[in-house]
Design a protein around this ligand. Sequence first.
Ligand SMILES: [Mn+2]
Length: 406
Amino acid sequence: MKILHTSDWHLGRTLYSKKERQEEHTAFLAWLLGTIREHAVDLLLIAGDVFDTASPSSAAQKMYYDFLINVRKAGCKNVIVVGGNHDSPSFLNAPKDILAALNVSVIGNATENPEDEMIVIKDRQENPIAIVCAVPFLRERDISRFTEGENYSDRSKRINENIRKHYEAIAQLAENKRRELGVTIPIIATGHLPVAGGKRNDDDGVRETYIGNIEAVGNDIFPDTFDYVALGHYHIPSVIKDNIRYCGSPIPMGFGESGQKKLVYLIELNEQRSIETIEIPVFQQLESIVGDKNFIARRLSELKKSDSSVWVEVIYTGDEIFPDLSSWVNEQIADSNIEVLKLQNRQYLNEVLTQVDTAGSLEELNEMEVFDKLLEKSSISDEQKTELKALYKEIVDGLRLQDIAL
Ligand SMILES: [Mn+2]
Protein backbone atom coordinates (compact mmCIF):
# COMPACT_ATOMS: atom_id res chain seq x y z
CA MET A 1 0.00 0.00 0.00
CA LYS A 2 1.69 3.18 -1.19
CA ILE A 3 0.35 6.60 -0.32
CA LEU A 4 1.54 9.93 -1.58
CA HIS A 5 0.89 12.93 0.70
CA THR A 6 0.76 16.45 -0.68
CA SER A 7 -1.09 19.66 0.30
CA ASP A 8 -1.36 23.42 -0.07
CA TRP A 9 -1.06 23.71 -3.81
CA HIS A 10 -2.78 27.10 -3.76
CA LEU A 11 -3.55 26.93 -7.46
CA GLY A 12 -4.20 30.41 -8.85
CA ARG A 13 -1.89 32.13 -6.40
CA THR A 14 0.21 35.11 -7.38
CA LEU A 15 3.43 36.26 -5.75
CA TYR A 16 2.96 39.72 -4.21
CA SER A 17 0.19 40.24 -6.77
CA LYS A 18 2.93 40.58 -9.35
CA LYS A 19 3.71 37.15 -10.63
CA GLU A 20 1.46 34.37 -11.79
CA ARG A 21 2.57 30.99 -10.50
CA GLN A 22 0.84 29.04 -13.25
CA GLU A 23 4.03 27.85 -14.92
CA GLU A 24 5.41 26.59 -11.64
CA HIS A 25 2.17 24.83 -10.79
CA THR A 26 2.00 23.23 -14.22
CA ALA A 27 5.58 22.02 -13.85
CA PHE A 28 4.87 20.71 -10.36
CA LEU A 29 1.77 18.79 -11.43
CA ALA A 30 3.65 17.23 -14.37
CA TRP A 31 6.44 16.23 -11.98
CA LEU A 32 3.87 14.83 -9.54
CA LEU A 33 2.28 12.66 -12.22
CA GLY A 34 5.69 11.27 -13.10
CA THR A 35 6.44 10.57 -9.45
CA ILE A 36 3.09 8.82 -8.97
CA ARG A 37 3.76 6.62 -11.99
CA GLU A 38 7.36 5.88 -11.03
CA HIS A 39 6.47 4.79 -7.50
CA ALA A 40 3.22 3.02 -8.40
CA VAL A 41 1.21 5.03 -5.89
CA ASP A 42 -2.10 3.48 -4.80
CA LEU A 43 -3.57 6.48 -3.05
CA LEU A 44 -2.99 10.20 -3.44
CA LEU A 45 -3.93 12.40 -0.48
CA ILE A 46 -4.34 16.11 -1.06
CA ALA A 47 -4.65 17.64 2.41
CA GLY A 48 -6.40 20.91 1.65
CA ASP A 49 -5.83 24.33 0.07
CA VAL A 50 -6.02 23.02 -3.45
CA PHE A 51 -6.96 26.50 -4.57
CA ASP A 52 -5.77 29.83 -3.26
CA THR A 53 -9.16 31.50 -3.35
CA ALA A 54 -12.80 30.56 -2.95
CA SER A 55 -13.55 31.29 -6.60
CA PRO A 56 -10.48 30.25 -8.60
CA SER A 57 -9.83 31.33 -12.17
CA SER A 58 -10.77 29.02 -15.00
CA ALA A 59 -7.06 28.46 -15.65
CA ALA A 60 -6.58 27.23 -12.07
CA GLN A 61 -9.64 25.00 -12.34
CA LYS A 62 -8.41 23.52 -15.59
CA MET A 63 -5.08 22.61 -14.00
CA TYR A 64 -6.90 20.77 -11.23
CA TYR A 65 -9.30 18.83 -13.45
CA ASP A 66 -6.63 17.98 -16.02
CA PHE A 67 -4.49 16.65 -13.23
CA LEU A 68 -7.31 14.48 -11.83
CA ILE A 69 -7.87 12.91 -15.23
CA ASN A 70 -4.16 12.33 -15.77
CA VAL A 71 -3.55 10.86 -12.34
CA ARG A 72 -5.74 7.94 -13.30
CA LYS A 73 -3.75 7.47 -16.49
CA ALA A 74 -0.63 7.49 -14.31
CA GLY A 75 -1.95 4.38 -12.63
CA CYS A 76 -3.16 5.83 -9.34
CA LYS A 77 -6.60 4.47 -8.71
CA ASN A 78 -7.56 6.45 -5.63
CA VAL A 79 -7.46 10.17 -4.95
CA ILE A 80 -8.78 11.95 -1.88
CA VAL A 81 -9.14 15.71 -1.76
CA VAL A 82 -10.11 17.51 1.43
CA GLY A 83 -10.94 21.18 1.74
CA GLY A 84 -8.53 23.62 3.38
CA ASN A 85 -9.19 27.01 4.93
CA HIS A 86 -8.58 28.69 1.58
CA ASP A 87 -10.95 26.43 -0.33
CA SER A 88 -14.63 27.10 -0.70
CA PRO A 89 -16.36 23.89 0.46
CA SER A 90 -19.26 24.38 -1.94
CA PHE A 91 -16.92 25.04 -4.86
CA LEU A 92 -14.88 21.94 -4.09
CA ASN A 93 -17.99 19.82 -3.51
CA ALA A 94 -19.85 20.91 -6.63
CA PRO A 95 -18.25 18.32 -8.98
CA LYS A 96 -18.17 15.68 -6.21
CA ASP A 97 -20.45 13.20 -7.98
CA ILE A 98 -18.80 13.46 -11.36
CA LEU A 99 -15.35 13.13 -9.76
CA ALA A 100 -16.56 10.05 -7.88
CA ALA A 101 -16.83 8.39 -11.30
CA LEU A 102 -13.05 8.91 -11.59
CA ASN A 103 -12.66 7.48 -8.07
CA VAL A 104 -11.73 10.87 -6.74
CA SER A 105 -13.32 11.45 -3.33
CA VAL A 106 -13.91 15.06 -2.38
CA ILE A 107 -14.65 16.15 1.16
CA GLY A 108 -15.09 19.91 1.02
CA ASN A 109 -16.28 20.36 4.57
CA ALA A 110 -17.43 18.43 7.61
CA THR A 111 -21.10 17.50 7.69
CA GLU A 112 -23.49 16.48 10.43
CA ASN A 113 -22.40 12.92 9.94
CA PRO A 114 -18.69 12.07 10.46
CA GLU A 115 -19.35 8.88 8.54
CA ASP A 116 -19.35 11.00 5.37
CA GLU A 117 -15.61 11.48 5.90
CA MET A 118 -14.84 7.77 6.07
CA ILE A 119 -13.59 6.22 2.84
CA VAL A 120 -12.70 2.59 2.27
CA ILE A 121 -9.91 2.23 -0.27
CA LYS A 122 -9.98 -0.85 -2.48
CA ASP A 123 -7.47 -2.47 -4.77
CA ARG A 124 -8.10 -3.57 -8.35
CA GLN A 125 -9.75 -6.75 -7.15
CA GLU A 126 -12.11 -4.72 -4.98
CA ASN A 127 -10.47 -5.88 -1.75
CA PRO A 128 -10.33 -3.24 0.98
CA ILE A 129 -6.73 -2.10 1.54
CA ALA A 130 -7.13 0.90 3.81
CA ILE A 131 -9.63 3.13 5.56
CA VAL A 132 -9.17 6.88 5.28
CA CYS A 133 -10.70 9.33 7.72
CA ALA A 134 -10.74 12.23 5.30
CA VAL A 135 -11.12 15.13 7.70
CA PRO A 136 -11.15 18.55 6.02
CA PHE A 137 -10.47 21.93 7.61
CA LEU A 138 -12.94 22.12 10.48
CA ARG A 139 -14.73 25.44 10.67
CA GLU A 140 -15.99 26.38 14.06
CA ARG A 141 -19.61 26.00 12.98
CA ASP A 142 -18.92 22.50 11.60
CA ILE A 143 -17.82 21.14 14.94
CA SER A 144 -20.22 22.93 17.23
CA ARG A 145 -22.39 19.84 17.39
CA PHE A 146 -20.14 18.57 20.15
CA THR A 147 -20.75 21.55 22.37
CA GLU A 148 -24.15 20.55 23.69
CA GLY A 149 -24.15 19.96 27.39
CA GLU A 150 -20.67 21.40 27.71
CA ASN A 151 -19.81 24.67 29.20
CA TYR A 152 -16.29 25.68 28.43
CA SER A 153 -15.75 29.26 29.37
CA ASP A 154 -12.70 29.37 27.20
CA ARG A 155 -13.54 29.36 23.52
CA SER A 156 -10.11 28.14 22.48
CA LYS A 157 -10.36 25.19 24.83
CA ARG A 158 -13.74 24.40 23.39
CA ILE A 159 -12.47 24.47 19.81
CA ASN A 160 -9.52 22.30 20.70
CA GLU A 161 -11.81 19.88 22.48
CA ASN A 162 -14.31 19.79 19.62
CA ILE A 163 -11.61 19.01 17.10
CA ARG A 164 -10.29 16.26 19.35
CA LYS A 165 -13.77 14.79 19.64
CA HIS A 166 -14.25 14.92 15.91
CA TYR A 167 -11.10 12.86 15.38
CA GLU A 168 -12.05 10.53 18.21
CA ALA A 169 -15.50 9.95 16.69
CA ILE A 170 -14.20 9.22 13.22
CA ALA A 171 -11.40 6.98 14.53
CA GLN A 172 -14.04 4.97 16.34
CA LEU A 173 -16.13 4.66 13.20
CA ALA A 174 -13.08 3.49 11.26
CA GLU A 175 -12.21 0.89 13.87
CA ASN A 176 -15.77 -0.41 13.79
CA LYS A 177 -15.61 -0.54 10.03
CA ARG A 178 -12.36 -2.47 10.09
CA ARG A 179 -13.85 -4.98 12.52
CA GLU A 180 -16.90 -5.32 10.31
CA LEU A 181 -14.71 -5.96 7.25
CA GLY A 182 -12.70 -8.49 9.25
CA VAL A 183 -9.35 -7.47 7.79
CA THR A 184 -6.18 -5.93 9.20
CA ILE A 185 -5.79 -2.84 7.09
CA PRO A 186 -4.28 0.54 7.98
CA ILE A 187 -6.35 3.51 9.06
CA ILE A 188 -5.16 6.85 7.78
CA ALA A 189 -6.37 10.35 8.59
CA THR A 190 -6.06 13.76 7.03
CA GLY A 191 -6.28 17.21 8.59
CA HIS A 192 -6.01 20.82 7.61
CA LEU A 193 -5.33 22.74 10.77
CA PRO A 194 -2.57 24.29 12.85
CA VAL A 195 -1.03 21.65 15.10
CA ALA A 196 1.45 22.57 17.82
CA GLY A 197 4.98 21.85 16.69
CA GLY A 198 4.32 22.75 13.06
CA LYS A 199 6.91 25.08 11.55
CA ARG A 200 6.16 28.57 10.34
CA ASN A 201 7.98 31.66 9.24
CA ASP A 202 7.10 35.30 8.68
CA ASP A 203 6.49 35.23 5.01
CA ASP A 204 4.90 31.84 4.42
CA GLY A 205 1.47 32.98 3.27
CA VAL A 206 -0.36 30.90 5.88
CA ARG A 207 -3.66 32.51 6.76
CA GLU A 208 -4.72 32.31 10.40
CA THR A 209 -7.62 30.00 11.00
CA TYR A 210 -9.18 30.23 14.42
CA ILE A 211 -8.56 33.92 14.74
CA GLY A 212 -8.21 35.17 18.26
CA ASN A 213 -8.85 31.80 19.71
CA ILE A 214 -6.18 29.22 19.33
CA GLU A 215 -2.87 29.35 17.66
CA ALA A 216 -2.67 25.61 17.32
CA VAL A 217 -4.29 22.48 18.63
CA GLY A 218 -2.27 20.01 20.68
CA ASN A 219 -0.61 17.13 18.87
CA ASP A 220 -2.39 14.74 21.23
CA ILE A 221 -5.73 15.21 19.49
CA PHE A 222 -5.04 12.35 17.07
CA PRO A 223 -5.95 8.92 18.45
CA ASP A 224 -3.44 6.07 18.20
CA THR A 225 -5.81 4.42 15.75
CA PHE A 226 -4.19 6.29 12.89
CA ASP A 227 -1.23 4.68 11.16
CA TYR A 228 -0.53 7.96 9.42
CA VAL A 229 -1.91 11.50 9.62
CA ALA A 230 -1.46 13.60 6.48
CA LEU A 231 -1.59 17.26 7.45
CA GLY A 232 -1.97 20.43 5.46
CA HIS A 233 -2.06 24.13 6.36
CA TYR A 234 1.54 24.98 7.22
CA HIS A 235 3.69 25.55 4.17
CA ILE A 236 6.95 24.34 5.62
CA PRO A 237 7.33 20.58 5.96
CA SER A 238 7.47 19.34 9.52
CA VAL A 239 7.32 16.10 11.42
CA ILE A 240 5.00 16.38 14.43
CA LYS A 241 5.48 12.71 15.26
CA ASP A 242 6.98 10.16 12.90
CA ASN A 243 3.51 9.29 11.57
CA ILE A 244 1.99 12.79 11.82
CA ARG A 245 3.41 15.17 9.24
CA TYR A 246 3.02 18.37 7.31
CA CYS A 247 4.37 17.99 3.79
CA GLY A 248 4.18 21.74 3.12
CA SER A 249 3.40 23.60 -0.09
CA PRO A 250 5.01 22.39 -3.33
CA ILE A 251 6.22 25.86 -4.31
CA PRO A 252 7.43 28.65 -2.03
CA MET A 253 4.62 31.02 -1.10
CA GLY A 254 6.92 33.94 -0.38
CA PHE A 255 10.55 34.95 -0.16
CA GLY A 256 10.63 33.75 3.42
CA GLU A 257 10.52 30.23 2.02
CA SER A 258 13.13 30.72 -0.69
CA GLY A 259 15.96 28.25 -0.34
CA GLN A 260 13.74 25.78 1.48
CA LYS A 261 13.38 22.26 0.24
CA LYS A 262 9.90 21.43 -0.96
CA LEU A 263 8.68 17.86 -0.75
CA VAL A 264 6.01 15.20 -0.81
CA TYR A 265 5.92 12.11 1.41
CA LEU A 266 5.68 8.59 0.10
CA ILE A 267 4.30 6.35 2.81
CA GLU A 268 4.43 2.60 2.51
CA LEU A 269 2.17 0.73 4.90
CA ASN A 270 2.67 -2.97 4.91
CA GLU A 271 3.68 -4.96 7.98
CA GLN A 272 5.90 -2.00 8.76
CA ARG A 273 5.63 1.66 8.06
CA SER A 274 8.25 3.36 5.96
CA ILE A 275 8.18 7.00 4.97
CA GLU A 276 10.26 8.37 2.14
CA THR A 277 10.80 12.07 1.52
CA ILE A 278 10.75 12.96 -2.15
CA GLU A 279 12.17 16.36 -2.93
CA ILE A 280 10.33 18.54 -5.44
CA PRO A 281 12.59 20.23 -8.01
CA VAL A 282 12.84 24.02 -7.96
CA PHE A 283 10.81 25.31 -10.88
CA GLN A 284 11.47 28.99 -10.33
CA GLN A 285 14.45 30.29 -8.39
CA LEU A 286 13.56 32.77 -5.65
CA GLU A 287 16.12 34.66 -3.65
CA SER A 288 16.10 37.10 -0.81
CA ILE A 289 19.05 39.52 -0.81
CA VAL A 290 19.50 41.35 2.46
CA GLY A 291 22.50 43.56 3.08
CA ASP A 292 24.37 46.78 2.39
CA LYS A 293 25.15 48.28 -1.00
CA ASN A 294 28.29 46.20 -1.58
CA PHE A 295 26.61 42.98 -0.66
CA ILE A 296 23.58 43.62 -2.86
CA ALA A 297 25.80 44.66 -5.79
CA ARG A 298 27.95 41.53 -5.48
CA ARG A 299 25.04 39.12 -5.22
CA LEU A 300 23.14 40.70 -8.10
CA SER A 301 26.22 40.52 -10.28
CA GLU A 302 26.72 36.84 -9.41
CA LEU A 303 23.12 36.10 -10.30
CA LYS A 304 23.48 38.08 -13.50
CA LYS A 305 26.49 35.99 -14.49
CA SER A 306 24.65 32.73 -13.80
CA ASP A 307 22.10 33.91 -16.38
CA SER A 308 19.29 31.90 -14.79
CA SER A 309 15.85 33.31 -14.27
CA VAL A 310 15.64 34.55 -10.68
CA TRP A 311 12.93 36.41 -8.82
CA VAL A 312 14.41 38.43 -5.99
CA GLU A 313 13.53 40.63 -3.10
CA VAL A 314 16.12 43.23 -2.15
CA ILE A 315 16.24 44.55 1.37
CA TYR A 316 18.74 47.32 1.96
CA THR A 317 20.04 47.37 5.52
CA GLY A 318 23.18 49.51 5.11
CA ASP A 319 23.91 52.55 7.28
CA GLU A 320 24.38 54.94 4.43
CA ILE A 321 21.31 56.86 3.31
CA PHE A 322 20.30 55.43 -0.03
CA PRO A 323 17.40 57.40 -1.50
CA ASP A 324 17.82 56.20 -5.08
CA LEU A 325 17.89 52.51 -4.18
CA SER A 326 15.23 51.63 -6.71
CA SER A 327 16.92 53.13 -9.76
CA TRP A 328 20.31 51.84 -8.61
CA VAL A 329 18.93 48.28 -8.36
CA ASN A 330 17.38 48.62 -11.81
CA GLU A 331 20.78 49.60 -13.22
CA GLN A 332 22.38 46.55 -11.59
CA ILE A 333 19.92 44.12 -13.17
CA ALA A 334 19.77 45.65 -16.63
CA ASP A 335 20.02 43.02 -19.39
CA SER A 336 19.65 40.11 -17.01
CA ASN A 337 17.07 37.47 -16.17
CA ILE A 338 16.65 38.91 -12.70
CA GLU A 339 13.32 40.34 -11.70
CA VAL A 340 12.95 42.33 -8.52
CA LEU A 341 9.52 41.72 -7.02
CA LYS A 342 10.05 43.39 -3.69
CA LEU A 343 12.30 46.25 -2.71
CA GLN A 344 12.69 47.61 0.76
CA ASN A 345 14.90 50.31 2.23
CA ARG A 346 15.30 49.44 5.89
CA GLN A 347 17.48 52.49 6.51
CA TYR A 348 14.60 54.71 5.57
CA LEU A 349 12.14 52.58 7.53
CA ASN A 350 14.26 52.72 10.64
CA GLU A 351 14.32 56.49 10.54
CA VAL A 352 10.59 56.74 10.17
CA LEU A 353 10.00 54.21 12.89
CA THR A 354 12.36 55.82 15.39
CA GLN A 355 10.48 57.77 18.01
CA VAL A 356 11.11 61.49 17.71
CA ASP A 357 12.27 63.17 20.92
CA THR A 358 9.49 64.25 23.22
CA ALA A 359 7.34 67.05 21.94
CA GLY A 360 8.55 69.35 24.71
CA SER A 361 12.14 69.23 23.59
CA LEU A 362 11.10 69.43 19.94
CA GLU A 363 9.65 72.89 20.54
CA GLU A 364 12.97 74.06 21.88
CA LEU A 365 14.81 73.09 18.73
CA ASN A 366 14.99 74.85 15.41
CA GLU A 367 14.68 73.01 12.14
CA MET A 368 18.42 72.56 11.67
CA GLU A 369 18.84 71.18 15.16
CA VAL A 370 16.07 68.64 14.60
CA PHE A 371 17.87 67.46 11.50
CA ASP A 372 21.17 67.32 13.41
CA LYS A 373 19.52 65.09 15.98
CA LEU A 374 18.27 62.78 13.28
CA LEU A 375 21.76 62.55 11.81
CA GLU A 376 23.21 61.84 15.24
CA LYS A 377 20.89 58.91 15.69
CA SER A 378 21.85 57.24 12.45
CA SER A 379 25.34 55.94 11.94
CA ILE A 380 26.08 57.87 8.80
CA SER A 381 29.58 58.77 7.71
CA ASP A 382 30.70 62.33 8.46
CA GLU A 383 31.25 62.97 4.80
CA GLN A 384 27.65 62.08 3.99
CA LYS A 385 26.40 64.05 6.99
CA THR A 386 27.92 67.26 5.61
CA GLU A 387 26.41 66.58 2.24
CA LEU A 388 22.97 65.82 3.68
CA LYS A 389 23.05 68.92 5.86
CA ALA A 390 23.81 71.08 2.84
CA LEU A 391 20.94 69.52 0.91
CA TYR A 392 18.60 69.93 3.83
CA LYS A 393 19.57 73.57 4.22
CA GLU A 394 18.87 74.10 0.56
CA ILE A 395 15.34 72.74 1.01
CA VAL A 396 14.73 74.86 4.12
CA ASP A 397 16.01 77.98 2.38
CA GLY A 398 13.85 77.19 -0.60
CA LEU A 399 10.78 77.00 1.62
CA ARG A 400 11.70 80.32 3.23
CA LEU A 401 11.93 81.91 -0.19
CA GLN A 402 8.40 80.71 -0.91
CA ASP A 403 7.29 82.34 2.35
CA ILE A 404 6.27 79.09 3.92
CA ALA A 405 6.27 79.46 7.68
CA LEU A 406 8.63 77.14 9.47
MN1 LIG B 1 -2.29 26.74 2.85
